[in-house]
Design a protein around this ligand. Structure first.
Ligand code: GLN
Length: 530
């Protein structure tokens, strides 16, 4: 087996045992990147032709020198008989929204194309302290605004390794693509409305959004501060647990980080699902799309194969002793996207105020005065998505408005949270340990198919966004391929800080499908090279 096909856990074990050198692992990862990635995203790059472009384009930049030094340090530790860490010698890619000292952190925006962070994000620091090799920064939708990667100012944006004419999802699309294309076994992403889980599902990998506050946000460029969560993308559930283990925990630099002790997530995987109560909800059967003319919600059903995969997974888990509870009402799920529009736009527009040409990154050279500097820096520095979101956020929060939309949305957000509370309530009618849902309404769409319709694009997050509103943990795991050989993902959601439960359920499902025929199929982008 090629080194690049090893899981993170296998790599770390082999490196610690002296069977594999961290520097050889790094070489293998870099060779794979050279073989499958093609041109990296850049500001003067162009979108490519979906018909002919077979490359993945996950990366924006490599941090090869840094990774080389980290690999040497790991190898030296192993030679000295020291503990080299849980991620010893594991190549990791980082969504380019995390600060990493001595490198450029772009947020895939012209606005930050030259921004060198003077510090390193806590999550990234913890990865490095655990022996990981940070090989580079991967592409994303500009400032994490999108569900397809296409809104990146760094083109070519990432493609889906399963079919390069399709999007990898977003905004952590570069992360999902890098993991699926075996460039790095792990990638660090962020999830505000679904940005880890949706691309993970589109690319056939595992993606975990932890509880709000479980992983520090320090050094993560903010999108919507009350929703943002860093989290792992990996090729199997054990690796997601491993990466979470390393990154979770309180951080004095982020006062919203949780001070709860970090359990042993890897140990949780040893347990089976006997007696676990897993719910299915009719409110996750389709997209509820408000018809703006009639004011009514129209239900667009989830793609049939995804619905079937979710039901099959429930059956599979029932065979292992889980109890399946059907018809759990989650009636406020349909308000998830409208509420997200309000909350995320207002918070984004406020967070982006700091990008003014004075403090960070891009600035126009010949401003006449301060107003001119702000105006032209923001006009030239931001792409269409940040502009749209700033405008909408400013409109929704305008002081002259009679309606306080943020407050209204926060109230509905409370109702969404309440749905989950009732479902998980230990003495309630359902007493669920976990809810099982599709991760996305469809499999990966074609490039250019949805791009340009910001509302439709946003509905790619219908199955994921309520979890962000409630601050809960959720995981997506691969659950098959559709008739076009595009990956299907299913999602497990649990109560606050019960990452152990979603990991356990996902692991049990994964282990019971290891011999499934669909697991033998390789992503298209890998078929030609290896
Ligand atoms: N797709 C969503 C959006 O466009 C979610 C983004 C995210 O989770 N960062 O806002």
């Amino acid at each position: 087996m090629r080194y690049t096909q090893l899981s993170a856990n296998e790599i770390a074990q082999k490196v610690q045992a002296g069977e594999l050198k961290a520097s050889d692992m790094l070489d293998a990862s870099l060779a794979q990147i050279r073989a499958v990635d093609g041109d990296f995203g850049s500001l003067d790059g162009q979108a490519t032709d979906p018909e002919t472009d077979k490359k993945v384009h996950a990366f924006i930049s490599l941090t090869e020198e840094m990774a080389r030094a980290q690999a040497q340090a790991v190898d030296a530790k192993v030679a000295n008989g020291e503990d080299a860490g849980l991620l010893a010698g594991v190549p990791v890619s980082i969504k380019d929204i995390f600060a990493l000292e001595n490198t450029v952190t772009t947020a895939a925006s012209r606005m930050l194309h030259n921004y060198r962070a003077p510090y390193t994000a806590s999550a990234v620091q913890k990865l490095m302290d655990a022996g990981a090799l940070i090989v580079g920064k991967v592409n994303l939708d500009e400032f994490t605004f999108g569900s397809s990667n296409e809104s990146s100012a760094y083109q070519p944006a990432s493609n889906n390794p399963w079919n390069t004419a399709h999007v990898p999802g977003g905004s952590s699309g570069g992360s999902a693509a890098a993991v699926a294309a075996e460039e790095t076994p792990l990638s660090l992403g962020t999830d505000t409305g679904g940005s880890i889980r949706q691309p993970a599902a589109f690319c056939g990998v595992v993606g975990l959004k932890p509880s709000y506050g479980r992983i520090s946000r320090y050094g993560l460029i903010a999108f919507a501060s009350s929703l943002d969560c860093p989290g792992p993308l990996s090729r199997n559930v054990e690796d997601a647990a491993l990466m979470l283990q390393v990154m979770a925990g309180a951080d004095e630099r982020d006062e919203s980080s949780a001070t709860l002790p970090v359990p042993n997530y890897l140990e949780a995987l040893q347990q089976d699902v006997k007696g676990m109560r897993i719910g299915l909800s009719p409110d996750y059967a389709g997209i509820a799309y408000p018809n703006h003319k009639t004011g009514e919600f129209e239900i667009i059903p989830v793609q049939e194969e995804i619905k079937q995969a979710t039901l099959d997974a429930a059956e599979q888990l029932a065979r292992q002793g889980a109890e399946i509870i059907e018809n759990v009402p989650m009636p406020h799920t349909r308000y998830g996207i409208p509420v997200y529009f309000v909350v995320s736009r207002i918070e984004a527009s406020s967070n982006l105020n700091r990008m003014d040409g004075v403090k960070y990154g891009f600035t126009v050279a010949d401003a006449r005065d301060l107003q001119d500097l702000y105006k032209r820096t923001r006009t030239e520095g931001f792409g269409p998505q940040p502009k749209l979101r700033i405008l909408m956020g400013a409109y929704l929060s305008a002081a002259s408005k009679k309606v306080n939309y943020y407050q209204l949305a926060s109230q509905v957000r409370g109702m969404i949270r309440r749905d989950f509370e009732l479902a998980f309530e230990p003495k309630g009618a359902y007493q669920l340990d976990a809810l099982l849902t599709p991760t996305t309404p469809t499999t990966a769409f074609k490039r250019a198919e949805v791009f340009g319709d910001s509302v439709l694009m946003q509905y790619a997050d219908q199955m994921t966004v309520s979890v962000n509103h409630a601050g809960l943990p959720a995981i997506t795991v691969p659950a098959g391929l559709d008739n076009k050989n595009l990956p299907i993902g299913i999602q497990f959601i649990a109560n606050h800080f019960r990452e152990d439960i979603v990991l356990r359920a996902a692991h049990a499902y994964e282990q019971s499908t290891l011999d499934a025929v669909w697991r033998k199929v390789r992503p298209m982008a890998l078929q030609e090279v290896n």
